[in-house]
Design a protein around this ligand. Structure first.
Ligand SMILES: NC(=O)c1ccc[n+]([C@@H]2O[C@H](COP(=O)([O-])OP(=O)(O)OC[C@H]3O[C@@H](n4cnc5c(N)ncnc54)[C@H](O)[C@@H]3O)[C@@H](O)[C@H]2O)c1
Length: 306
């Protein structure tokens, strides 16, 4: 996505590096249009200052779009300590909105999550499903962020697109089931222990599809505020199948050991799939199914970790 934006504009990446790493943006650091600012977005006062500095940069005088992807992506750590998601998943949204209002930036694209839906027992979910009862602090703070953005859309935002991501896979991988299983097998090629009993079944989207989908919706959006499930049309893939794919790729002779519960951790949704009719009606569908996305990501992540 950064490559596409850099073709015509300056790009400012703001990240406190609590979970991210500059390794993932190394190739852009020498580009004069690319700017990295190590910054904690949960603090509104300093975030307003950073946005003001950016909007006063004579080389790039107006903030055209804000893509808000910062969050705590470690769901179990947020269940353990609710301050984590309050700070990194919700306050980042609050600060960004305050800063956008201050500098007159009015287009926001937000990385929301299927976690806002809570446990729907695998019944395919559409965007208008409600009431929404998330089962993790992460999901709760994503839903609260959506609500705050909705209020901002009434007050000053010209465009607010809320993208509800499913499980996203691909590289660079910073976390997630495929990375965890690959790392475990590289460490111990004989045994693979899996969180949960392998019956969890969820939708997976490859990051290349996700980027194309978000850009398509940005370019074809007519509304002030809208929400999209961005995901495959299928009803997902079992964790057991993911574990088998990782074993086949990384260490074919390994023995897989499953846990007892149908949840990998507190806050894990055992089964979910999307209804993506709204996405299809808008004119876009992903190229890869959940199975194809996982297969591609398993190969990519093995290469990344070796
Ligand atoms: N990967 C998925 O499967 C998935 C699914 C649903 C939603 N999402 C959302 O997509 C976005 C990107 O996720 P990702 O998988 O690339 O995770 P990631 O952890 O790689 O990216 C999140 C980034 O936010 C940064 N961050 C956290 N708190 C911050 C703060 N207070 N100030 C500044 N930066 C902060 C982290 O350092 C990290 O680089 C997140 O908002 C995530 O919630 C991801």
């Amino acid at each position: 996505m950064i490559d596409i934006f850099l073709e015509e504009n300056h790009v400012y990446v703001l990240d406190n590096l609590s979970l991210g790493s500059t390794d993932n943006i190394q190739k852009y650091l020498s580009n004069p249009r690319f700017h990295f600012i190590k910054h904690d977005l949960s603090d509104p006062i300093t975030t307003i200052k950073v946005f003001r500095d950016i909007s006063e940069d004579p080389e790039s005088p107006k903030i055209l779009e804000v893509w808000h992807l910062a969050a705590n992506s470690d769901i179990p750590s947020g269940v353990e300590d609710p301050n984590v998601d309050l700070r990194d998943t919700f306050m980042t949204t609050h600060s960004i909105l305050a800063a956008m209002k201050e500098v007159g930036a009015n287009k926001l694209y937000f990385a929301s999550s299927s976690a806002v839906y809570g446990d729907m027992d695998g019944v395919p979910i559409s965007e208008d499903k409600g009431p929404l009862l998330p089962i993790s602090n992460y999901g709760a703070m994503k839903l609260a962020s959506e609500a705050l953005i909705s209020a901002a859309a009434e007050a000053f935002l010209e465009v607010a697109l809320l993208f509800r991501f499913p499980n996203v896979v691909g590289v660079p991988a910073t976390h997630g089931v495929i990375l965890d299983l690959t790392n475990k097998l590289i460490k111990d090629p004989d045994v693979l222990s899996v969180l949960g009993n392998g019956t969890q079944k969820k939708s997976y989207l490859h990051v290349s599809d996700l980027v194309q989908g978000m850009l398509f919706l940005r370019d074809n959006n007519a509304k002030n505020i809208d929400i999209f499930n961005i995901g495959p049309k299928d009803d997902g893939i079992f964790v057991r199948e993911i574990a088998e794919a990782v074993v086949a790729r990384v260490s074919p002779s390994a023995n897989i050991q499953y846990g007892k519960s149908d949840r990998g951790w507190v806050g894990d949704v055992p089964k979910f799939s999307y209804l993506t009719d709204k996405l299809a009606a808008a004119g876009w569908t992903p190229q890869l199914s959940s199975h194809e996305a996982v297969k591609k990501a398993v190969a990519e992540i093995e290469k990344q970790q070796r």
